[in-house]
Design a protein around this ligand. Structure first.
Ligand SMILES: *Cc1c(COP(=O)(O)O)cnc(C)c1O
Length: 447
């Protein structure tokens, strides 16, 4: 069913996310007809291996029979009911399961990840007001962090590309240096970087004692910031610092949660529990928009209030706790329970490492780094000195284009090529991806 006019109709009627309009001239969006497992199928019959889980949301492949069945089954009974004044089985079961998994007792739902970030920021601020601490109006975020696109979430993000234009509209957070191990000095270990950068954050907390509501971090991997990774030690030190200075720790695991980093949640690798935990993206296995802000009982209890009291958290979204989305999320958790997903992921992660290892010596590869099922290859003009290419050369985009021609969806972040595949990928498909990435990098770095 070839339909040549999809691209034209698309161009007339749509506005695509994160896409400068001129980019559509030479790379128009590819109309996808169907998808199964790790494969997307276009109307022209071409297939694309979804190596980045359709923007990090898909966990168990497209059209998974268990999740499909759960949504169908839910659809026959209840598609949605408002969550103020009402409740339903899927949302209760999901909340119980998330509480058991995270140790955080109460779930507050939204749809997109950014909305969950907004909830966390408002909740933390409001908590301190309810406790009579009205001077606490500031947040600390990390350099190179990304927490979403709505104004509050963008305020605590530090990726210039997304933030710059809107600067006059934004809250002014305190920005602490990133523990990013890529920028370690000669002879420094990732743990050394973590300690060094934590001492700066500690200093900020001292300087602004009593003014800070919360520190927000992306545990282990700053994903949108180029898949930059840090030592779990940083999170342990951060937890201790937040406790010492009495500020909330908000862990944004919207991208890294649900097994991406090798553990169910990234914070587990540091043995810490945040005060607020944000989940989204993979929460529904990549099917439906659902995000959640999980909070400690301590926070929940500070909102005990009656009608008219300013202590109540009067925040809502139309689709809060959508039943279909919760059914997909429950089915996703069923899949984690029905097999040893994390053990298989460890094997896949080892395979990813082996398949890409030969690239480490490439003159234009500065680093290959990996945390669990996230593997990133950083291209640079000079791999040894880590001198980047001028951004305007758009080397990463050349890899993107090459990969599409070869049947793979790799969507680099600048010059960082990365794999973040669905967990149902097979070893031979990983080999295929590694080959395409290697050839793509070779092509993109010769001129
Ligand atoms: C994607 C992302 C968000 C925003 O989620 P949306 O669903 O795109 O609004 C927030 N934080 C992190 C770490 C993310 O990767």
């Amino acid at each position: 069913m070839n339909h040549p006019s999809w691209a034209e109709r698309d161009r007339r009627a749509l506005w695509h996310p994160c896409t400068p309009t001129r980019d559509l001239d030479d790379l128009p969006p590819i109309p996808i007809r169907s998808a199964r497992g790790v494969w997307l199928e276009a109307y022209d019959g071409r297939r694309y291996l979804d190596a980045i889980s359709s923007w990090w949301v898909n966990l168990f492949g497209h059209a998974h029979p268990v999740i499909n069945a759960a949504i169908r089954d839910q659809l026959e009974r209840l598609e949605h009911v408002m969550l103020a004044g009402f409740t339903h089985e899927p949302v209760i079961r999901l909340s119980e399961r998330l509480a058991a998994l995270t140790g955080l007792g109460h779930s507050y739902y939204a749809s997109d990840g950014s909305a969950a970030v907004e909830i966390a920021l408002k909740m933390s601020f409001h908590y301190w007001r309810n406790r009579g601490e009205h001077r606490r109006t500031r947040y600390i975020c990390l350099a190179n962090s990304y927490h979403g696109e709505t104004l509050g979430a963008l305020s605590v993000s530090d990726v210039g590309l997304y933030r710059q234009v809107y600067e006059p509209l934004l809250l002014q957070p305190l920005v602490a240096p990133s523990p990013d191990a890529y920028v370690r000095a000669d002879g420094e270990s990732a743990a050394d970087v973590a300690r060094r950068q934590m001492s700066v954050l500690e200093h900020l907390l001292e300087q602004h004692a009593g003014e800070v509501c919360a520190v927000i971090v992306e545990p282990l991997v700053q994903c949108a910031g180029g898949m930059r990774m840090h030592d779990p030690l940083y999170l342990r030190l951060l937890r201790a610092a937040c406790d010492r200075h009495r500020v909330h720790l908000i862990a944004d695991e919207i991208a890294v949660g649900f097994g991406r980093t090798g553990t169910m949640f990234a914070c587990e690798q540091a043995g810490i529990r945040p005060d607020l935990l944000l989940l989204g993206k993979g929460l529904t296995g990549g099917y439906l928009p659902l995000s959640v802000c999980l909070v400690s009982d301590e926070i929940y209890n500070a909102f005990d209030s009656e009608h008219g009291s300013p202590a109540a958290f009067l925040h809502s979204h139309s689709y809060t706790g959508n039943a279909l989305a919760c059914a997909a999320a429950n089915a996703t958790l069923d899949l984690f329970e029905s097999g040893d997903v994390l053990a298989r992921n460890r094997e896949l992660a080892a395979h990813l490492a082996r398949a890409t290892a030969p690239l480490a010596d490439h003159a234009h590869v500065a680093e290959i780094r990996q945390t669990g099922m996230i593997l990133a290859i950083e291209m640079a003009r000079d791999g040894k000195t880590r001198t980047p290419y001028p951004a305007a050369e758009r080397r990463g985009r050349r890899v993107y284009r090459y990969a599409l021609e070869q049947g793979a969806l790799l969507r680099p972040l600048g010059d960082v090529i990365y794999f973040m595949p669905p967990y149902v990928i097979e070893p031979d498909e990983i080999d295929q991806l590694a080959r395409i990435a290697a050839d793509g990098i070779a092509q993109a770095t010769t001129d």
